[in-house]
Design a protein. Sequence first.
Length: 281
Amino acid sequence: MLSYRHAFHAGNHADVLKHLIVVEALRYMAQKDKPFWYIDTHAGAGAYALDSAQATKNAEFDTGIGPLWNRKDLPEAVEAFVDEVRAMNPDGTLRFYPGSPYLAWRTLREQDRLRLFELHPTEINVLRENFHDAGRRAMLYAGDGFTGILALLPPAPRRAFVLIDPSYEDKKDYARTIDTLNESLKRFATGTYAVWYPQVQRPESQRFPEQLKRVLPSNWLHASLTVRKPSADGYGLHGSGMFLINPPYSLVNALKTTMPYLVEQLGIDDGAKFTLESKLS
């Protein structure tokens, strides 16, 4: 929806889960010489100031990157992600937070490419400013990422990481995500697809993981982080999940140590828990 601005939520627990998986996956893909593309359906602004009026309104970063910022006992996958945030804050004070596009840009090599979609008219302008000196390695599109990515598949190098992470403020986003996955796999069956989703008290969210599992019978990974019990009034985000198709080989083992740590550090009450399940071929 065009009312959604990610700056209000930048750096929260859901961002931590999403972004550490993005960093881990891209680091794995970069181990091979062959180039790949990073494709993002809902890129947002690309990077965020945590001292902005939007970010400080609810200070959601205090539920995510904040508690991890000064930790000295980070698991390897968490440390790799936090190091990327630290690179954006070289004086050691947490002021800026990288979105998925910026994290991907930091990981990509000269031969790799960035393809970003953003529909919000303000966000796409900020995204363009943030990537104004990226050259032809980064292509930005002002439009609907659900349909836009289909024109890019299969990518020229036949390797890609595709992130599908709408806000889901419009409940149609759940069905559109499934449809986009199905259509994308017809065009590019070997790509790595990552779907982020929120844990909220609406039926579409609660049945979504099982719907995602039915897209492919195997070769998927599902990780979810719940930080608190659902609120009594039925509102708010109590967790989130990441569902990957054709996940990197290393990701399951990395998350086995990462997920318990995130529950310990980011959990708010005794409702905090994680899910880690996979069916790999």
